[in-house]
Design a protein around this ligand. Sequence first.
Ligand code: SAM
Length: 480
Amino acid sequence: MAQCTVRSSHCPTICASCSADPQPAAAPASLRVSVTASRSRAPRAHTAHRPPPPPPPSDSLAYALQQAAVLVDAVLAGGNLNEHWEALLGANPEWSDATRGAVRDLSWGTLRDYGRGDAVLKRLLDKPLAAPYHALLLVAVQRMETRPDQVHTVVDQAVQAVGATAPGLRGVVNAVLRNVVRRADEVDAWRRQDEEALHRHPRWWVERLRKAWPAQWEAAVAAGNSHPPMCLRVNRRRSTPAAVVAEFAAAGIAARVVGEDGVLLDRPLAVARVPGFAEGVVSVQDAGAQHAARWLGAQAGDRVLDACAAPGGKAAHVLELADVELTALELDPRRARRIDENFTRLGVTGRVVIDDARQPARWWDGRPFQRILADVPCSASGVARRNPDIKWLRRAPDLARFAALQAEIIDALWQTLARGGTMLYVTCSVFDEENRAQIAAFCRRHDDAERLLIEGRPEQQLLPTADHDGFYYALLRKRP
Ligand SMILES: C[S@@+](CC[C@H](N)C(=O)[O-])C[C@H]1O[C@@H](n2cnc3c(N)ncnc32)[C@H](O)[C@@H]1O
């Protein structure tokens, strides 16, 4: 990439060289404008006499802000961040790595810190701007907080971004963002007083965690706000974690062994650049998720069911560890395709079935399974730092809906389990309704169910840390 020739805090492009040399910036007095006054002017429609300015160039920060706002807006309207991201990439195949990286960082960061931007904008605006422009403000405000050296560049670029589609809103965008700079002390105070800004999580979420984990909730929330670690699982049929760490060191990639099959990278890498990924030596899988195959404990010859299998990470791990007869069941046909892709890459074999775990009559041949992995759909609250849209899309009542679905699935699966067989229940949730309370209720409904200890405990609730995401595990045996 060409070296940036503009002073870093004023560079309007997204070139990597601007990430260094932070420069504090002061708000010019001439830009102190009243937001309310600016907003009272209606946005101007484009006219034949004054064509709108051209769209910002795709290597500019204005463009990245604009595109990140498209994603943030889609999520705030209820959309899934990853799906919209894939669609945006599909529609813009010409994007450079720098543009892709900038749009991703801005949108993921804005959603991770949504409570921070919202706390400020609701005080600076009488009512939100029209959705896409409000999203642009959120993105700009997040960038201003995380890159204080760039505040004036961000203001300028945000104004350019809005100018391309709604020139009449340039004034209000400029005024709001200038106020963020000018009223920095008040902005800080608003954020300290607002729980969702302080914790970067919805209030109901924090309250639940605080109640369930009085000693650990703060660390869990802080870890949930951090950038997620990148962990690999080593395919034991092809290598060992120690050998992979040594090979990575030789290639200049710092990493260490975690757990029995994991390698934790010091810094995340693009998957395409991970040595051995394409060859099926390693897969990307959080260290917390790697307990599943080990705690399931399938032995050679076992009939194993992975009842909620896509994209096949845990099923593949089971197959890497033992020669079992594995059925990978998945409801979503699109997601099920990824199970086959992963099995092929890793050189393991299993039967993929597309059907509903709640309806065994449709897919079960009547031969009991010795092991069942029930990695059920859940709130995904334990992995929200990877998918920050989850924090703001979920509502407390969703938990009861998830819990009901999970209960239906495990009740149906129980009839397919052999006497003396075991079912490992897994969620990537941190909420009791889906975990502890779910399994307690299951044991009350099924008097032939008994809990087996996992590493000396009746259940394992992993809260997010620097090394792993949040997961819950319980191991149930059907009495012989
Ligand atoms: C937590 S994910 C599974 C992750 C997977 N075990 C892995 O490690 O790669 C849950 C999966 O369950 C699927 N699912 C949801 N409802 C289902 C049902 N009724 N029957 C089967 N699969 C279901 C979802 O489509 C999703 O792919």
